[in-house]
Design a protein around this ligand. Structure first.
Ligand SMILES: [Zn+2]
Length: 130
């Protein structure tokens, strides 16, 4: 391979690794802070973290496509691995979004603490006005 191209690819690789590390640290910090936050905020942060993970994978996939274009030997199942990882993350995001929409439709009874629906006028457990 052209040594200039090789050098550039090495740089690209180092950049991709650094990006990965930064994303992981951001995700860890976000998770730590989430401890005492409201449920909806927590869910939003988890979705944000997963989206960040996806962005890193998209970047890796793009690099892989370009490596193939350049005729570089790549792992046979590398793309399948990335795709199934993204599928898994997207499934988790869907689940969290569902939880989030449910959380937004709920209120907690001020008297007994039961979780009620936002449209309810009275608490189903104790009858208090919501
Ligand atoms: Zn109640």
């Amino acid at each position: 391979m052209d040594p200039k191209v090789y050098k550039m690819l090495e740089k690209a690789k180092i950049f991709a690794e650094k990006t990965g590390v930064a994303a992981t640290q951001a995700a860890q910090n976000a998770t730590k802070v989430a401890g005492d936050m409201a449920q909806a905020t927590k869910l939003n942060l988890q979705i944000f973290d997963l989206n960040t993970e996806c962005e890193v994978l998209y970047k890796e996939m793009g690099k892989l496509v370009y490596d193939i274009h350049l005729g570089i030997d790549v792992e046979q199942d590398a793309m399948d691995k990335y795709l199934s990882e993204v599928d898994e993350i997207q499934a988790k995001i869907d689940d969290l979004r569902l939880q989030l929409s449910q959380t937004k439709q709920q209120v907690t009874c001020p008297v007994c603490g039961k979780i009620c629906q936002k449209d309810d006028v009275y608490c189903a457990a104790c009858g208090a006005m919501l």
